[in-house]
Design a protein around this ligand. Structure first.
Ligand code: 13P
Length: 262
């Protein structure tokens, strides 16, 4: 990856860990990295706990000055009002969230979030000072029919409509067939799509945004394969699901720079 972009390793906990387990994991992860003499400035780390955990994680991170960001897995398109069960970006911003995941394939699939909803949520995040982590990716059916990049490219083009060229965003390429399957994309496959996504950023937001925006790979990332992804020029980090729920594994993923051959 280009030196000017600080790598980002993000843990999407999905619907796992209650607030007590979340606090324990953050604390142990911090200890594990300190024990390993990890250079915290070399990699940004963000955790995305369930909504009910965020306040507890924030309190711990602030009290112990833990250099991790934290964010939410979703937000409402609305600011406030009669929207039972929804959570406003304004509330997340006030809690100290720095980022919010948008358009994860599980939300697209189980909550019928289409590209218009993803675009509206991207706008809602930016309005409240949150960096949207915009997720795109093809299903195995899309892959067979259209190849790897057509669907993620179209999804990102729609998400970026109306986004200002100086807005900070993160893009996560997560092939749906690779999520939770143990079958990650090859680094070459992922690089090819991430390069095309960077072209979309360039066409939509300009050269500066293309150079500074972090594009992550997600889908069965593990300590054994992270280094191979991070060697690719257009992959700036990872969005990690299952591998972010185990202290030793997530700690090792974050320390990918120490893996042999990187
Ligand atoms: P896994 O790492 O469990 O495959 O999940 C990836 C993911 O969906 C992260 O958002």
């Amino acid at each position: 990856m280009a030196v000017s972009r600080t790598p980002l390793i993000a843990g999407n906990w999905k619907m796992n860990l209650d607030h007590l387990q979340a606090v324990a994991l953050v604390q142990k992860l911090h200890w594990s990295l300190k024990d390993a003499d990890h250079d915290f400035a070399s990699v940004d780390v963000t955790v995305f706990p369930p909504f009910t955990d965020i306040r507890s994680v924030q309190t711990l991170i602030e009290a112990d000055k833990i250099p991790f960001g934290f964010g939410a897995q979703d937000l409402s398109v609305h600011d406030s009002g009669a929207y039972t069960g929804e959570v406003s970006g304004a509330f997340l911003g006030k809690l100290g969230c720095s980022q919010v995941i948008i358009g994860h394939s599980e939300r697209r699939e189980y909550h019928a979030e289409d590209d218009a909803v993803v675009a509206a949520k991207t706008q809602a995040a930016l309005k409240h000072g949150l960096v949207p982590v915009i997720c795109v990716g093809e299903t195995s059916e899309d892959l067979e029919r259209h190849g790897a990049s057509a669907v993620p490219v179209a999804q990102l083009e729609k998400a970026l409509e109306g986004v200002a060229s100086d807005a900070e965003i993160v893009v996560a390429y997560e092939p749906v067939w690779a999520i939770g399957s143990g079958q990650a994309a090859t680094p070459e496959q992922a690089q090819e799509v991430c390069a095309k996504l960077r072209d979309v950023i360039r066409a939509s937001l300009g050269d500066d945004a293309a150079a500074s925006t972090r594009v992550l790979y997600g889908g069965s990332v593990k300590s054994s394969n992270i280094a191979s992804f991070m060697r690719e020029p257009d992959i700036d980090g990872a969005l990690v699901g299952g591998g972010s729920l185990k202290v030793d594994e997530f700690s090792s993923i974050i320390r990918f720079q120490k893996h042999v051959g990187v």
